[in-house]
Design a binder for this molecule. Sequence first.
Ligand code: PXP
Length: 243
Amino acid sequence: MQAKLSVNINKIALLRNSRKGSYPDLYKYARDCEGFGAEGITVHPRPDERHIRYDDISILKGQTKNEFNIEGFPNDKFLKLVLKNKPDQCTLVPDDPTQLTSDHGWNTIRHRTFLKDVVSTLQDAGIRTALFLDPDPKMLEAAVDIGTDRIELYTGPYAYYQSVNEEKFQSEISKHALVAKLAQSAKIGVNAGHDLNLENLRIYAESLPNLLEVSIGHALTVDALYYGLQNAIQMYKRQLIIA
Ligand code: PXP
């Protein structure tokens, strides 16, 4: 089984917003990502709308064919948006409104009741859920109790340690592999994301045989500048082919 590639298009929205117009065309970019092989599109609307705007969502939903994933903190405005647009998947992320980017997973023990409520609301609307999680068995245990369909493992520290500390890098791989295995036993699907790139993606996919999906934005966007979007997408997809 090969993990799917969902391209996070937030950085393209950021580029568009820097000149206030509609160039580059975000919607064409999303369609082209799919045309070049991406199995999904991810958007992460944040309250200040500095990248994806709330009114982009319904247009993207209407123009994309593959899996559509909306991620973000489940405040009332976000949930209303998600329930209205019914993406295939909603990834719940514990980021505060001013955060630059996501940098930790949920404390599923502390927020168990809140997350149970949100997860069942989304599932009742036919939307698959994923909880953004650090690779911690205790957090997974509570995520199983919450009833989420999937988790998305936060790969920031994994990516960071690759070039700075081999021992910690190996330890991150072991933690991710363990939680992925436990998730599989509990029949919870495993996605992953953050700071994944052409240097670290293959090792990650090889270490987690039940990985279903990766969502990648920053590095893929930078690589597209050097190699072109079609090549970059194909290069990322090749990293996910495990012999
Ligand atoms: N997953 C989550 C929950 C995120 O917030 C982000 C960044 O928006 C990503 C994955 C993708 O991370 P990156 O842009 O580093 O590939």
